[in-house]
Design a protein around this ligand. Sequence first.
Ligand code: GUN
Length: 282
Amino acid sequence: MTDSAPTLMRGQEVAAALEAELRKGFDTLGFAPGLAVVRVGDDPASEIYVNHKIRACERLGFYSEAHHLPASSTQSEVQQKLEALNADSRIHGILLQLPLPQHLDEKPLLSVIDPAKDVDGFHPINGGRLLAGQPHLLPCTPAGIMEILRYYDVQLEGLRAVVIGRSNIVGKPMALLLLQANASVSVLHSRTPDLSAYTREADLIVVAVGKQKVLTAEMVKPGVVVVDVGMNRLEGRKVTGDVDFDSVAPRCRLITPVPGGVGPMTIAMLLKNTLLAAQSYT
Ligand code: GUN
């Protein structure tokens, strides 16, 4: 299992399969699911992500609206925009693109979104449902990773899983989903003194830190499955993950590349959540 070519888990392929499923679900719905994306300010990466999301809607025939508010918007202006979208019957899913400009407080704004339209799964009600084992709308990135693992037939029951990163967007919900699938889960973070003590024992490692080379070859055992959530922009336009791919990949049974791994699945799951929200609306 060491130093042979690993199988790449290509999210692009999984996303294409999921999009085909979604088209079938859409056909039986009888109306177009509607997604509204709200972006505040001029973060250049956010602009690219939002464009990808809108284009994905267009590809599937979903109705979509991109709302761009100026960086100087006040907390109550953003709140009013979200409330208007809550009341809009064409809109079944609402997404507030993060990060927000520094003067805005993200948590109360995420809580303004109607939990039934919360296609990011970031509302505390949806977080609580996940914690209670009664999930409805799941955060897109960890839910997409579960789909990738299913597609590549990774049996999670009894696995030693390590999640590096404890964000509300990826790390925490990822840990809960793996736990629900009967893996034994450790969550590591910036105050964990010795990452290797955990990662060397792990059968599955999900890295979601936002820093290059968090995981290197000597930190993993042969035959491990690695999922890289990182999207770090290098000089120029090149993007790299959190895993030192060239050294780690030869030790892996399966690994996601960056780009082309987790990223495409995040968008496919957003479309899935929008369809689910529209189906519940009927
Ligand atoms: N910014 C980076 N990733 C995400 C995401 O999944 N959802 C939102 N709303 N903002 C993001």
